[in-house]
Design a protein around this ligand. Sequence first.
Ligand SMILES: Cc1ncc(COP(=O)(O)O)c(C=O)c1O
Length: 440
Amino acid sequence: MRHALAHPYAHLLKYEIREIVDFVAEVSALDPVLKIENENIGDPIAKGWPVPPFMKEILKAEIDKPGDKCFGYTHSRGNIDTRKWIVSYAKRFCPTVELDYEDILVTNGLGAGISILYQMIGDGARIIEPSPSYPTHGSMESFCSRQAPLTYKLDPTKNWEPDLDDLRAQLDAHPEIAGLLMINPNNPTGAVYSKETVENLVKIAEEYKLMIISDEIYFRMIYNGYEFAQISEIAKNRVPLIVMRGLSKDVPWPGGRCGWLEFHNTHLDSDYKALCDAVRKRVLLEVCAGALPQAVLPAIYDHGEFEGWLNQNNELLAHNSQVITEKLNAIPGLKVNRTNGAFYMMPIFEEGMLKPTQTLPIANEAVRKLVEQKVSDPAMALDKRFVYYLIASTGICVVPATGFFSPYYGFRVTTLTRDPAKLEMVYETLAKAIAQYLAS
Ligand SMILES: Cc1ncc(COP(=O)(O)O)c(C=O)c1O
């Protein structure tokens, strides 16, 4: 080529949740008999969750409406009626919220909203991310700033609460940090933050003059007696705040690709206002987000059966969180915090438990050779090595914790299985495999 074509920082884009799928495909090609259990992707539909019948009716009615509106483009920042509804939806949970519909941007899934936001952060400014955290944030922030992610620790010994001392230390060491990300309820830990925790983060943001990005895509999926602490209320008139929500998880409609950003407290700071305006400009280039999900979003959330549907799912997640916690906590050397929101759990290996010599039996000769070749890479993280053996030996696909910018070795599982017998079988097999790997 006349000039190098590939982006020199493409290596900073990491998304292990799906990268592991390529390995699974290699294993399956060599051993078609091995039954794969996908515990890696947070997709309720792929895990057999039914789409509620009322939602299908709403979609059919929208498609049949005269004028075929849902087949055309919408306003680039999002269908205006939908954005007005999003404002009223925010007020339903937090009546003091002051938002205009122009403070809302609808994007093609929250994933697109996250990417667009980080693209528009000014040169040199950094956003500090929790560690572990959902990799789209860390990857995009790191890619756009062309540097390794800056992170603050979540503490597995304290139910995955943010380590505020570590956060302060990072903020003191990096004056270029202009914003802080929190994910509540959390992916990958399943933690739900108390009002006090959110207040502490807001206080730190005030003190260090930071913007807060609050990813709340799971805010309706909370159980075990926990409640959602409304940051839009706690941070009102205090700090610049971007709230992120979407319909991939609670509805659930991940294939619909519809999420949104809410710009709160835009009056507080001209720099922050300039960022919001830059993001507003940037979305015009996307033309618009998918029209059908935008058209039906209010009718789905406002439907009389939605709350019951949600409660029933949250009860199932609460049950699964108990069952999985019990099974995995019984393994010496593994630390597990029960999931209280979202549908993930991140068990962590105690320090020194993983070694580069541990193995699991792999029945298929060709698969065994493939794994041995892959794990011979000395740079491979020890939890990824464990995951490769686990997949090849049992077919259970989980994601290594280091794929979430975690400083601790471990792995993330989903808690979405609906069939109790299957839940029992998968997690019993997983527990046995872990114990066997650690003892090998
Ligand atoms: C914390 C978090 N934010 C954002 C997303 C992206 O969601 P979407 O399907 O709307 O792109 C996910 C998806 O798993 C997530 O877990």
